[in-house]
Design a protein around this ligand. Structure first.
Ligand SMILES: [Zn+2]
Ligand SMILES: [Zn+2]
Length: 346
């Protein structure tokens, strides 16, 4: 076991503070990763504040991890010391069910082991990326291509794959019209990726405040949802609406923006149930659906795609002692567009 420094929430809703945690000894198929950067995902805050139900404390959040391999177990074949690697939301799964075999480990029927706020196969709690080092089985590690800097690559491990996987699954590409609802951590990656896939991209944001950024990052159009005319003008327009907003809102006006057969894919997870009237789907065979991150092979594909197209996240780099302040700013959407912790400051 190795003792490493980390930032943890000692209890629900308590501020995060510096502490130490134990990492397991490097096993046969494990890699030890020196964490260089860890992104702050909105779901870190949901979990640290028990917004999604009872959680495990102390909690070391962080599932957008970029670092460098510093030790490998004797059975490791995929990685070597010095490799640039990432870890996302999962660190294990059953490996035997149909979904695991198909590379859809995020939908493991026995459920995956999440990177933090979960219990590992050895019975120990999992601790995430707000720490100096992490030990992960090589099968749940991905390679960060040389073309991507580690700081802007870190948020791709959640925000990138969360948007890439549904855009690919619902065949977003040339000739398709996509709306991205919400222009924050997830939304800005959705815009970049949908644009790189060749689609016509529209941002639907509360205001036009970030319009210049939206267009710079690849949006063809940018509309305010606070303006009722937006919903008149865009009726029946989109093949796919990617909703990145995790606050509850009125679905009906958004569903009316879908073309016949269009799909609204929700990747934000509100803490409360949402209300949808079936008549808003019925007339045009529309669907409302959802998607959770991506499997390990698709996460690698996403990183390779992002490197090829020069897509990193837009980030604000912070010191570890600024995490609590950053949480407050995420909650009021005051970040352009992802906070990333410099792990050397932990
Ligand atoms: Zn996340
Ligand atoms: Zn499985």
């Amino acid at each position: 076991m190795t003792t490493v420094a980390a930032y943890a929430a000692p209890a629900a809703k308590a501020p995060l503070e510096r502490t130490t945690i134990e990492r397991r000894a490097v096993g046969e198929f494990d890699v030890l990763i020196d964490v260089k950067f860890a992104g702050i995902c909105h779901s870190d805050i949901h979990q640290a504040r028990e917004g999604w139900g009872t959680a495990i404390f102390p909690m070391v959040p962080g599932h957008e991890i970029a670092g460098v391999v510093s030790e490998v177990g004797p059975g490791v074949t995929k990685y070597a010391v010095g490799d640039r690697v990432g870890v996302g939301c999962m660190v294990d799964s059953c490996r035997a069910c149909d979904n695991c075999r198909a590379g859809l480990q995020q939908y493991c029927v026995k459920r995956p082991t999440w990177t933090y706020n979960d219990v590992d196969k050895d019975g120990e709690p999992t601790y995430g990326g707000y720490s100096e080092k992490i030990v992960v089985d090589e099968n749940y590690v991905v390679r960060i291509p040389d073309g991507l800097s580690l700081d802007v690559a870190a948020p791709l491990l959640c925000a990138g794959i969360t948007t890439y996987s549904p855009l690919r699954h619902w065949n977003v590409g040339p000739g398709k019209k996509v709306a991205v609802v919400g222009f924050g951590g997830l939304g800005h990656m959705g815009v970049k990726i949908a644009h790189a896939l060749g689609a016509e991209v529209t941002v639907l944001s509360q205001s036009l405040r970030k319009q210049d950024d939206g267009r710079r990052l690849g949006a063809d159009h940018y509309h305010a949802t606070s303006d009722p005319e937006t919903f008149e003008k865009l009726k029946g327009t989109f093949d796919v609406i990617l909703n990145t907003v995790s606050a509850p809102f009125d679905f009906a006006p958004f569903l009316a923006l879908l073309r016949t057969g269009g799909a609204m894919v929700n990747v934000g997870l509100p803490e409360e149930p949402v209300e949808i009237t079936l008549s808003s789907l019925f007339g045009n065979r529309r669907s409302v659906t959802s998607s959770n991150i991506g499997g390990i092979p698709e996460t690698q594909e996403m990183l390779d795609f992002c490197a090829e197209h020069g897509l990193g996240a837009e980030i604000e780099l912070i010191r570890a002692d600024e995490i609590n302040e950053a949480y407050e700013r995420v909650l009021v959407s005051d970040v352009r567009y992802r906070f990333v912790i410099d792990a050397t400051t932990i």
